[in-house]
Design a protein around this ligand. Structure first.
Ligand SMILES: [Zn+2]
Length: 153
């Protein structure tokens, strides 16, 4: 049944609607982003079990304690898995073909117990590849602070 089908005396009208949203990333991700502004990679740590989360999480997934300790991690890590992306998301939210395929990898930073999805600039990528964060010299907002990761020499 189509919407409105079977109803009598239904009048339809269009109403212009331009919603504005204020969205918060939450306290933990805010601290993470504040760290990126200072070129620091901050992870949250569970005091109960010692698990280190990057990106940070407020609640430990193992013991459900609040992770209230912060640790700065090195810029280095290891590729745990990866894929080749051929499309990206345009500014308008639509998918668009990328000019060049990009490597998107799950990287576990040294000292972390979890992985973070990042772009890797490398000729070849493989599981176990050692990588290092590359800071964007002129970031276009905090999300752009880490431009990509490159293979360690
Ligand atoms: Zn824990």
């Amino acid at each position: 049944m189509k919407s409105g089908e079977g109803l009598k005396n239904v009048k339809r009208m269009s109403v212009p609607f331009a919603p504005v949203f204020n969205w918060s990333v939450g306290n933990w991700m805010e601290q993470f982003f504040d760290g990126l502004k200072q070129k620091k990679i901050l992870a949250s740590k569970c005091a109960a079990c010692g698990r280190v989360y990057l990106p940070p999480r407020m609640i430990c997934e193992r013991c459900f304690d609040k992770t209230e300790e912060w640790v700065e991690l090195p810029e280095t890590g290891t590729v745990e898995t990866y894929t080749m992306a051929h499309v990206g998301v345009a500014d308008n939210g639509e998918l668009e073909d990328l000019p060049e395929p990009q490597i998107i990898a799950m990287v576990k930073h040294d000292g972390a117990d979890t992985c973070m999805a990042v772009r890797v600039d490398a000729q070849d990528c493989n599981v176990g590849l050692r990588v290092k964060a590359v800071w964007n010299a002129e970031p276009d907002g905090v999300l752009d602070a880490l431009s990509a990761y490159r293979a360690l020499d």
